[in-house]
Ligand binder design. Structure first.
Ligand code: SAH
Length: 357
């Protein structure tokens, strides 16, 4: 493009343009088109230098230089004819009109009257380059988060519960990633199971003491008048008591309800459920919500829970995403349960591995 270099120097040069003869008011009409073009270009360069403090961001420069190359430059490549005084005046008037039109339109250029003028504004891409870069970065970060969530989730479901604490202590950010991913997953479901438990508990005595094993963001505690012990490996909320759910700092038979809402994650299920049995009073309620596909053998699982001291009261296995179980503590675990190394047959849940999003 002709005289591209002249613009580029001004646009990219860091130093503000020093006053030059051409920065004076426009030349008299007798000036040749070439002189006019030069003047216009210098004025634009000076305006840009003034607006951007002598440089501006890389995005701004790209916009401005492409505007000149593809805009006014192209328009002025026509054969050059000397302008009459009238023609020159008309041209100036049109330019002013154009400029006002864009200012009134109120785009980003309107807020920066010196940022390259109307031509630059008309040729702006929809999104400035730095904004496109940040949305790309956002997408990359989302993908990375999603992959990390799936990895952490898999670790939690395929290792004993004690390792969950270690995992999150070694990488505190992992907990935030996990919870963001978890919240995104559950938000896609027709219903969040924790809300079902909120409704259930609201219809029971508010005097019941609840232990929320793997409480996450403490939705239960926030939604109920009951005393709720919030137990989790990391504190998302000041209400949380940080602990491993296989060993919680609660007195034996001190609570009326134990809740595992999507929290039966560790492979040491026997230990975890024995701990629930220990803190729950006889006659107390055990509430479990789990992803439906985790139950390979529901009957076997319920049989194992019976060995661990819990009798089924009701179940809802009609949902496509999760099942809920309501059980009653009959007494301590029977033979094959607490104190023995043997895990009751049927006490198994498939790991819940989320698909790639
Ligand atoms: N019950 C909450 C959160 C479910 S996500 C809800 O429904 O919204 C599962 C929770 O279990 C996570 O907060 C996770 O940190 C917690 N968790 C996983 N392993 C744990 C362990 N060993 N001890 C205590 N909490 C654990």
């Amino acid at each position: 493009m002709f005289e591209e270099g002249a613009w580029s120097d001004a646009a990219e040069g860091g130093a503000p343009a020093a006053p030059r003869p051409a920065d004076r008011p426009p030349p008299p009409p007798a000036a040749t088109p070439r002189q006019l073009r030069d003047t216009l270009r210098r004025l634009q360069a000076a305006a840009r230098a003034a607006a951007g403090g002598g440089g501006g961001g890389p995005g701004g420069e790209t916009r401005a230089s492409s505007a000149v190359q593809g805009g006014s430059g192209a328009a002025e490549e026509k054969p050059e004819q000397p302008l009459s005084r009238k023609q020159w005046r008309n041209r100036q008037k049109n330019k002013r009109r154009q400029k006002n039109k864009f200012r009134a339109g109120g785009g980003p250029e309107a807020a920066q009257p010196h940022s390259g003028g109307p031509v630059a504004a008309s040729l702006l891409p929809d999104q400035p380059p730095d904004s496109r870069a940040s949305s790309l970065r956002l997408r990359m970060e989302e993908r990375l988060d999603s992959a990390r969530f799936r990895y952490i989730n898999q670790q939690l479901y395929t290792r004993p519960s004690q390792e969950a604490a270690r995992l999150f202590q070694e990488d505190p950010e992992a907990f935030a990633v996990y919870h963001r991913g978890f919240a995104q997953q559950v938000a896609r479901w027709p219903e969040n199971p924790v809300q079902r438990f909120v409704r259930y508990l609201r219809s029971r005595p508010a005097s019941w003491v609840v232990a929320d094993f793997g409480c996450g963001d403490c939705t239960l505690a926030r939604s109920l008048r009951n005393k709720v012990h919030c137990l989790d490996v990391v504190a998302l909320d000041p209400r949380v008591t940080v602990c491993d759910m296989a060993k919680v700092p609660l007195e034996a038979e001190s609570v009326d309800v134990v809740v595992f809402c999507l929290a039966l994650m560790g492979t040491n299920l026997r230990e975890i459920l024995e701990e629930a049995n220990r803190v729950l009073r006889v006659g107390g309620t055990l509430l479990v919500a789990e992803v439906a596909s985790r139950f390979a053998d529901l009957r076997g699982f319920l049989g194992a829970l019976a060995v661990l001291g819990f009798q089924l009261v009701s179940k809802d296995v009609s949902g496509s995403h999760f099942y809920t179980l309501e059980l009653r503590k009959e007494g301590p675990p029977r033979a094959g349960g607490a104190g023995t190394a043997k895990t009751p047959a049927g006490l198994a849940l498939r790991p819940c591995l989320y698909k790639r999003r």
